[in-house]
Each structure stands twice: as structure tokens, then as C-alpha cells.
Write a protein that binds this ligand. Sequence first.
Ligand code: ADP
Length: 361
Amino acid sequence: METLFSLSREMLATDNVAELVAAVPRAIIGATHARAAVIYLIEDDRIYQAGTEQVADVERPHLRQQASQINAVEKTGDEFRVPLKVGVKPRGLLLVRGLTLSSDAMEAIGGLISVSLDRASALENVAHAEATKESERLRSLMIDSITHELRTPLTSIKGAASILLSTQIEKEEDRRELLTIIDEESDRINKLVSQAVEMSQLDAMQVHMNFERVDIEEVIKSAQEDCTWVGEHHPVEVRLQQKRDIVADQEFLKKVVSNLLENAAKYSEDQSPIVVTTTVESGFLVTSVADKGIGIDSHEQGLIFDRFYRAPMHNQRISGTGMGLSISKAIVEAHGGTMQVISRLGEGSVFSFSIPLKPNS
Ligand code: ADP
């Protein structure tokens, strides 16, 4: 009973077949002090063993043959051969040497191992199915989001180009307006595609980050230059309360700041102020972007960092892909920092991210 109990405890601790078959022989030796404990599995034609006495690999064909033939526990001297099964189908063989247990006890041990193997395979299948389902779900969300977001700029480009081609436009001003639409909408498509590529690269951990000493003031300045439209529609104030060096990838960090600036501008009224602040908090440089915009419902605050999540109320009205915040969060986490939001519906939001300070800074 004691042996069975300690074995079952060991086996329940493992949820995957590979770990389980490696752990079982060790657990048998630990619980019974047998000389040798060997598990042979038909499916992968391998021997897993523990103990002072080893079974040579040349015995594999013999074990294979026995695994498919034995139906009940067999005892020869102090050696037990116990069949392992899935239902009634043979799955493998347990061989134990140097043990003085009854055949009934050995049968119970065999049954316990078989059930644990079944349980681990079932858990593995569930985990695999869930991972596949999740990646399918993300793929179709990505396609939905991209096709939906591509349609609007493509329609505008097509419309403007058709007018330019079919009519003689008299006024230079009208012609320029149509060309500007084509120019701006192409930029939008470009951004969408780069975000999608960036996200899948971050997912597959295929990005190469170039960590160097970085001045946050420069990062904020270059982010503002990247999205000049924000400054044209909103007064942006930068308050560098505390400025310390960090080690970061300048380009990636700039993307985080410009994403937060663009969101602050997108989700607030024209001309409402945006404030960027940097402070130092317990070993981290914290950069915050605050707006006095529409704010975020408390139950949505935990969701907006998820990929493709967009608050349903702005889904149609304000253009976006739902990728920006999840990309930003992945970048910040790759730097060893965290990202968060404090927001109140109708009053505004403060997004902040922390980056570890450069040692000795
Ligand atoms: P996008 O802006 O392209 O939709 P993001 O990942 O950047 O994607 O943002 C996800 C969602 O979070 C947005 O759709 C919006 O609902 C909400 N959000 C982000 N920033 C703000 C903000 N400053 N104020 C209000 N809501 C915001």
C-alpha cells in the first residue's frame, strides 16, 4: 500500500508522457529499493530504466516481443514482468528485479502506471488541441482585422485614382487633394502591414534587439517626429521629472512611445492636452503618456493589451488594428519592464511603461 501510495503521488505530479516514463523507474527504485526497474514502451521502442543493474539495449527486441505477448504478471525468481496496457491493447512492459512483493501488488503497480500514462497522454492531447485552436483563432482574428482595415484605405485609393484617371481636373488644388488621399492612405496600409509583420516576428521571437545606452528624452523627441500629426492636433507637454540612463533598443522603444502618443491623440478630442512624464521608481524609469480623452471602461482595462482587442464602441469610428498595445507590451516585456494603464471613462487615461535603469545609473 505504501509503495503504491508513494508511486501514485510521484506520477500525479507529471502531466507529460516523456517526463512520466523517465520518472517512473526512478520512483519504483526509490519506493521499493529494487535492483532494476525498466519500462519499455512499444510506441517509441525505447527503454527507460533506473537502479544499480542495467538492462542492455540488445534486450530491446526481446522486451518488445514480450510486451505484446504477456497478458498477466509473470514472475521468474525475483524478476517481475508486468504488462502495461491502454484499455486491453498492449502498450509496453514493466520489468523489475530484486523485489519481494506479491504478484497482486505488482499487478496494481502495472495498472497504476498504465492509468498514469493514459492520463498524461490525454492531458497532452488536450494541451495540443488547445494550442492549435488558439493559434487558429489568432490567425483568423488577424485576417479579419487586416482585411477589415485594408478595405477602407483601398476604397479611398481606388476612388481617388479613378477620378484622377477619368476626369480632367481643372484646379491644381483638387488634384493635390486626391493625390494627398492616395499618399496618406498608402501610409496607413503600410503601417498596418508592418504591424502585422512585427507582431508575428515578436511572437516567433525572431526580432533582434540592439541594446545600448539610451536617452529617454531623445526617444520621446524622435517618437514625436514620427507622428507629427499628433502635435498638429494636440498640445503635447513633455515633463522629464527625473531622467536617468536606461539600456534599451532605441528603435523599438520609440515605437512604444509613438504608439501611446497616437492612441492618446486618437482617443481624445482635438486640441485636448497630452502630457508625457518620466520618473524613477525603485530601479525603473517610468514613462507615462496621459490624455484627457474618452477613457476606458474598468472591465476593458485588462483586455486592451490583448491582441486585436478594440473597444466595441470605437471599432467602426476610429481607425485601428488592435495590435498597437500588444506589440508595445511585448517590446516593454522584452526589456524586462511592465506596462499598465490607469483610466476613467469620460475623464482620460494614463498609460505607463517601466524599463530597468542602467546598472550604476
Ligand atoms: P488600436 O488603437 O489600433 O485599436 P491598440 O492596441 O493600440 O489598438 O489599442 C487597443 C484598444 O485600447 C483601442 O481600440 C481602444 O479601445 C483602447 N485604447 C488604447 N489607447 C487608448 C486611450 N489612450 N484612450 C482610450 N482608449 C484607448
